[in-house]
Design a protein around this ligand. Structure first.
Ligand code: CAA
Length: 263
């Protein structure tokens, strides 16, 4: 692949968008390669993904403005769908995805980060949806996910003004969970991913599905989704071993040594 690298470290897969000359902007090729990369993740051996950008300046500086500049109405809609399809694949990916935001996260960069389960960033990170300054709306889910992530009022203010915000403000409004010095960001992301990957993997996947699916329906339907996914866990070796270990008070055997069960 030209623009995406994938590295496996134990149960953690690290996806890097690698187009630093254009500050990792998302053109069609980057989107296609990201789609293929997700399809190729070995889910029998990967429990958490980290998504980051190459270099120390930019996570993703948005969709590629050069590529978009000549699009027709129909082509614009198709480009939006291309990004949305990949981002939705990321959002509904069976295992958690952590965005390690190492600099600019503008337009499509902020949008791809919001498609991840958890966002942490470096102190030089900058977020924004500057699209209205380019004569367009956010097109890779920003109008929908920003409102759901930081609330309608703040999302509308950011989107209507096109104003960028720094990492401290992103933390204050809940757009990121934590801010780290640039040189500590990847270690923090790996530590978080490792902590997640030490827990019972089917239970973690079911948690993701319960939260994501439950947020799309009313509370009565949502708790039924949870009940089913909770019930599913009782068919797993992880549940038997995890609870057995607790009841045996076997401190040596924590969930981390529970054998991975692939459904
Ligand atoms: N698309 C294409 N190329 C981009 C890009 C983008 N979104 N962002 C940066 N680049 C390119 C620049 O054109 C430049 O290339 P050259 O060296 O060939 O000229 C290179 O990356 C470095 O960029 P700058 O020289 O501009 O770097 P800077 O440090 O002066 O500024 C920046 C950095 C503030 C991020 C600035 O590059 C910038 O404002 N970029 C555009 C950000 C943006 O508007 N993003 C939203 C795009 S629209 C969108 O994403 C729509 C959607 O929702 C789907």
């Amino acid at each position: 692949m030209e623009f995406i690298t994938f590295e496996q470290q134990d149960f953690v897969g690290i996806i890097t968008i690698n187009r630093p000359k254009a500050l990792n902007a998302l053109n069609s090729s980057v989107l296609e390669e990201l789609d293929q990369t997700l399809d190729q993740v070995d889910l029998s051996n990967t429990r958490c993904l980290i998504l980051t950008g190459a270099g120390d300046k930019s996570f993703v500086a948005g969709a590629d403005i050069g590529e978009m500049s000549t699009l027709t109405k129909a082509e614009g809609e198709a480009f939006g769908k291309k990004g949305n399809d990949v981002f939705r694949k990321l959002e509904t990916f069976p295992i958690p995805v952590i965005a390690a935001i190492n600099g600019f996260a503008l337009g499509g960069g902020c949008e791809i980060a919001m498609s991840c389960d958890i966002r942490i960033c470096s102190d030089n990170a900058v977020f924004g949806q500057p699209e209205v300054g380019l004569g367009i709306t956010p097109g890779f889910g920003g109008t929908q996910r920003l409102a759901r992530t930081v609330g309608v009022g703040m999302a509308k203010q950011m989107i209507y003004t096109g104003r960028n915000i720094k990492s401290d403000e992103a933390f204050r409004i809940g757009l990121v969970n934590a801010v780290y010095p640039q040189e500590e960001l990847m270690d923090a992301a790996k530590k978080l991913a490792s902590t997640i990957s030490m827990n019972a993997p089917i239970a973690v996947r079911n948690c993701k599905k319960a939260i994501n699916d439950g947020l799309q329906v009313d509370m009565d339907a949502a708790i039924v989704i949870e009940e089913k996914l909770f019930g599913d866990c009782f068919e797993t070796e992880d549940q038997k071993a995890g609870m057995g270990n607790f009841l045996e008070k076997d401190k040596e055997k924590k969930l981390k040594v529970v054998p991975f069960q692939n459904k």
